[in-house]
Design a protein around this ligand. Structure first.
Ligand SMILES: C[S@@+](CC[C@H](N)C(=O)[O-])C[C@H]1O[C@@H](n2cnc3c(N)ncnc32)[C@H](O)[C@@H]1O
Length: 279
């Protein structure tokens, strides 16, 4: 049996916290070795089973003070990277974003009502439900999506919101449905951009006076040509541009391009978060 020197040993509590927060898989082995060091003869599978049970029964939430607090306020600058997506939304939903982005936007802007017009797998919704449970902070949240029967290009948005999150489809790279009004079904770039502009105007009309639109958008390449969608959105002159944040893309699937064939084909590994105010 492998043993670890006492000096290398991180406290079990820290290992568990890091495992839960960062999902560092190797920690499970370290936790097993730690526990075996304390109680000889304990079987690795028993430790793993108890860990999983504790996670499922949410017992580990009691440890959250200190290191493990995914709802803590973090200051950001204009470059963000979220290697972990957190427990919110569905990691299998293609093109989903990390709930840590929602957290950081929320704490940066501190707005009271939030609309996600492209709710997708519900990352934003889950984040605000969790924030209420963990910190007793209540935000009025509304989620829309074509999947829920709402077309952001042609259906009027009811009400006014302080923060509107718009995580647009990545042109036609990921198809979300067979629906003809699905933005991801638009194969012609100028039609796609025209529809985005209509969507942006619709979103802007639902923005409260002191509100913010947070657009999350990636650029694309088609037949070797680079389409800077973020630039086209800025040039629509919808709202006043207040901030541009570069967000590193993680876990995106390869586009199948042969990057060695063309010297300009540097793989795109970033996207943008654009913040617009009303006036
Ligand atoms: C990039 S995904 C959003 C993912 C989401 N942020 C998440 O974490 O799961 C884009 C979403 O746009 C939706 N969509 C596409 N066309 C739409 C339209 N015309 N109106 C409203 N939603 C649309 C798709 O159904 C998809 O869920």
């Amino acid at each position: 049996m492998k043993t670890i020197a006492k000096t290398d040993v991180k406290p079990i509590r820290i290992l568990i916290l890091e495992l839960v927060k960062e999902g560092i898989a190797t920690h499970t082995n370290e936790i097993v070795l730690n526990i075996q060091g304390l109680r000889r003869g304990v079987k690795p599978h028993s430790v793993r089973a108890r860990l999983s049970e504790a996670v499922l029964k949410r017992e580990l939430r009691r440890l959250k003070e200190g290191v493990y607090d995914i709802y803590r306020e973090v200051e950001i600058n204009s470059v963000v990277d979220y290697p972990q997506r957190g427990p919110w939304g569905d990691s299998q939903y293609r093109g989903n974003f990390s709930g840590f982005l929602v957290r950081d936007l929320f704490f940066q802007l501190k707005q009271k009502s939030v609309l996600d017009v492209f709710e997708g797998s519900g990352t934003t919704k889950d984040f605000f439900n969790g924030l209420k449970r963990a910190k007793e902070v209540t935000v009025d949240y509304v989620g829309l999506d074509l999947k829920k029967g709402f077309d952001v290009v042609s259906d009027k948005i009811e009400g006014k919101y302080d923060l509107i999150i718009a995580h647009f489809p990545y042109f036609n790279i990921i198809k979300y449905s067979e629906n003809a009004t699905d933005l991801s079904n638009c194969d012609d770039y100028s039609t796609f951009i025209r529809n985005i502009e209509l969507a942006m105007r619709n979103i802007h009309s639902a923005l409260a006076d002191d509100g913010t639109i947070a657009v999350v958008i990636g650029d694309v390449r088609r037949n070797g040509r680079y389409y800077a969608i973020f630039n086209d959105i800025i040039n629509m002159s919808v709202g006043v541009l207040r901030s541009v944040v570069i967000k590193k893309q993680n876990n995106c699937r390869s586009t199948g391009m042969n990057y060695r064939k063309n010297k300009y084909l540097i793989p795109i590994a970033h996207e943008y978060v654009l913040l617009f105010s009303k006036n």
